[in-house]
Write a protein that binds this ligand. Structure first.
Ligand code: ZN
Length: 160
C-alpha cells in the first residue's frame, strides 16, 4: 500500500530530473565594490591574480573589472551612478558577493524551465551584458537569497 503511494512521486522526481539543464559551469561571481581602483590591490597583490580588463556597461550603470581564475572569473562591479542597482545594493548590504552566474547553452529554455517551476524572473528576455554576453536574472526572493544570473555568449564562436 505505502509502496504504491510512493511510486508516483518517485516517478515525478525522475521525470523532473529528465528535464535536464543547459547550465554548464559557474561562469562568474559578481562582487559589488565601491571602487575598483581601491579593490584591485587586494586581488592583484595579496592574491596575485590579474585584472584582465575594465569595461563600462552604461545600461547597468557599472564599471566592471574582470579577473580570471581557472575557468571562472570574478567581476568587480563598481556603480557609476547613485541610482545604479549596485549602488543600492552596497548602501543596503555593504560590499560583497552580489550574484552568481551560470553559463547556459540555452538561455531562453533555461528561463522557461525556471518559470515553469515557480521561479520569479527579473528578465523574461535576455539582454546584452558585459563581455559580449546575453544575460538574464532570477529574482533572489525565489532563489533563496542568491541573485542568480544565466549568461550565454552572444556570438557562439566566442564561447569560453
Ligand atoms: Zn554577472
Amino acid at each position: 500500500m505505502s509502496n504504491k503511494l510512493l511510486s508516483p512521486s518517485i516517478t515525478l522526481l525522475y521525470s523532473s530530473a529528465m528535464n535536464g539543464t543547459s547550465l554548464k559551469k559557474i561562469d562568474h561571481l559578481g562582487i559589488a565594490v565601491r571602487s575598483i581602483e581601491n579593490t584591485l590591490p587586494y586581488y592583484e597583490k595579496a592574491l596575485g591574480l590579474k585584472c584582465e580588463r575594465i569595461e563600462e556597461v552604461p545600461s547597468q550603470k557599472v564599471r566592471t573589472a574582470f579577473i580570471s581564475i581557472g575557468e571562472v572569473h570574478l567581476e568587480l562591479l563598481e556603480p557609476t551612478s547613485e541610482d545604479s542597482t549596485i549602488a543600492k545594493f552596497i548602501n543596503e548590504r555593504g560590499e560583497g558577493i552580489h550574484h552568481i552566474a551560470f553559463y547556459s547553452t540555452n538561455i531562453e529554455g533555461q528561463l522557461a524551465q525556471a518559470k515553469e517551476n515557480g521561479v520569479r524572473l527579473i528578465h523574461e528576455v535576455p539582454f546584452e551584458g558585459a563581455n559580449n554576453k546575453l544575460v538574464a536574472f532570477l529574482h533572489p526572493k525565489s532563489t533563496f537569497g542568491v541573485l542568480t544570473e544565466f549568461c550565454t555568449a552572444k556570438d557562439p564562436s566566442h564561447a569560453h
